[in-house]
Design a protein around this ligand. Structure first.
Ligand SMILES: Cc1ncc(COP(=O)(O)O)c(C=O)c1O
Length: 366
């Protein structure tokens, strides 16, 4: 068996090469390179896909979060509750706006933000909650809605890892004030570089995000400090093309995940992330909690199987955040980050490769 790496971008490119070259040609012939017709067409496509009324294409997922917070008026003196079990960009976006991230713990089975723990951290300074749909699962959007409504707070969905995930048939990103997507190449909907999108039911919020992403420039006047966070036209064209395949890929990833789950069922050594039956997981990552991460990684490496760790150190233990907000203790998050590991699920894996990975998981699990 050839090595099975975590991702294989050249494999995907080879399959769709002619289509991609044609797209590149189309974009170059029109000269619509930034925030032009291709980014705007993608906004329409993505709004239709998610069922969101409005969408703003942006430069990346970090930008989507920063712009959402800024558009909600969050800044110095404000606190925003975030999980620590996430990529640094989630609490980082809060700091970038001058506000303070307040870390909440996660649920022991779904590994998603604990709404009960978030509630304990609400005070007068709290201005929003960001929930992260970790690994492609979903946090409890209904409990979050109840909590935030009770306290008059908006919540933002960090949907960077959850494009295509669903809660009772409704797409991730459509429950919060905004849904913030990343199309970084490793994501289920991956650009040829950096890209992101914000979706919302609030037209004025999207208008403000569109202004801020382009230096809030209106007819040559600059009223507020903004950013250059526009989406490239080439990314828009690639993403509209790939969006048509996303549901098939999500199905494929679910089929792969089912085989892996079956392989480790009942094992005390490898534990899967729980997703309630009403959640359609999109498996941005298939993550296992291991009894001994280094031994597991060594066993997979020996067989040529790629692994990843998302993440080794939780955000609340990272210097950038301890310097800014001090120490916090989050036992459930810490335990997950000490033991989590991911294995390949990209949709272009062959059946033979999937069966091979499943077999190795089974052997380790025994
Ligand atoms: C949960 C989460 N939030 C935000 C981001 C930031 O997205 P980007 O890398 O596109 O800026 C990522 C990217 O990995 C992520 O996983």
């Amino acid at each position: 068996m050839n090595p099975v790496p975590m991702y294989d971008f050249p494999r995907e490119y080879a399959i769709n090469r002619e289509s991609y070259l044609a797209l590149f040609d189309t974009v170059c012939r029109t000269g619509q390179f930034s925030d032009g017709q291709f980014s705007h067409a993608f906004e329409r496509d993505f709004a239709a896909y998610t069922g969101a009324p409005f969408a703003a294409s942006v430069s990346n997922g970090t930008g989507a979060l920063v712009l959402s917070l800024r558009a909600l008026g969050i800044g110095p003196g404000d606190e925003v509750i975030v999980p620590s079990a996430t990529f640094t960009a989630t609490p980082g976006a809060v700091l970038m706006c001058g506000a303070k991230p307040v870390f909440a713990d996660i649920e022991p089975d779904t590994w998603q933000i604990s709404v009960a723990d978030a509630e304990k951290r609400i005070n007068k300074k709290t201005k929003a909650v960001i929930g992260v749909h970790l690994y492609g699962g979903m946090f409890d959007v209904e409990a979050m809605r109840r909590l935030c409504d009770a306290h008059g707070l908006p919540f933002i969905e960090d949907t960077a890892q959850a494009v295509g995930s669903e809660w009772k048939g409704r797409k991730a990103g459509t429950f919060g004030k905004t849904g913030c997507f990343s199309f970084y190449p490793t994501k289920n909907l991956g650009a040829f570089g950096e890209a992101g999108c914000v979706i919302s039911g609030d037209e004025s919020l999207i208008a403000r995000i569109n202004a801020l992403k382009a230096h809030d420039s209106r007819d040559g006047s600059f009223r507020e400090l903004g950013y250059n966070m526009r989406m490239d036209g080439l990314q828009g064209a690639v993403l509209s093309f790939k969006l048509k395949q996303l549901d098939a890929f999500t199905e494929r990833k679910n089929a792969i995940a089912s085989l892996y789950r079956e392989s480790v069922k009942g094992s005390g050594r490898l534990v899967c992330q729980y997703a309630p039956p009403h959640v359609r997981h999109s498996y941005h990552l298939f993550v296992l909690k291991t009894d001994d991460r280094e031994r597991f990684i060594a066993a997979m490496t020996e067989k040529g199987i790629g692994t990843g760790v998302q993440y080794r150190t939780p955000c609340h233990r990272q210097k950038v955040f301890t310097d800014a907000v001090g120490e916090t203790s989050l036992p459930v998050t810490e335990e997950l980050m000490e033991n989590c590991v991911s294995v390949p699920t990209y949709p272009y894996l062959t059946d033979e490769e999937v069966a091979f990975v499943a077999e190795q998981l089974k052997r380790y699990a025994r």
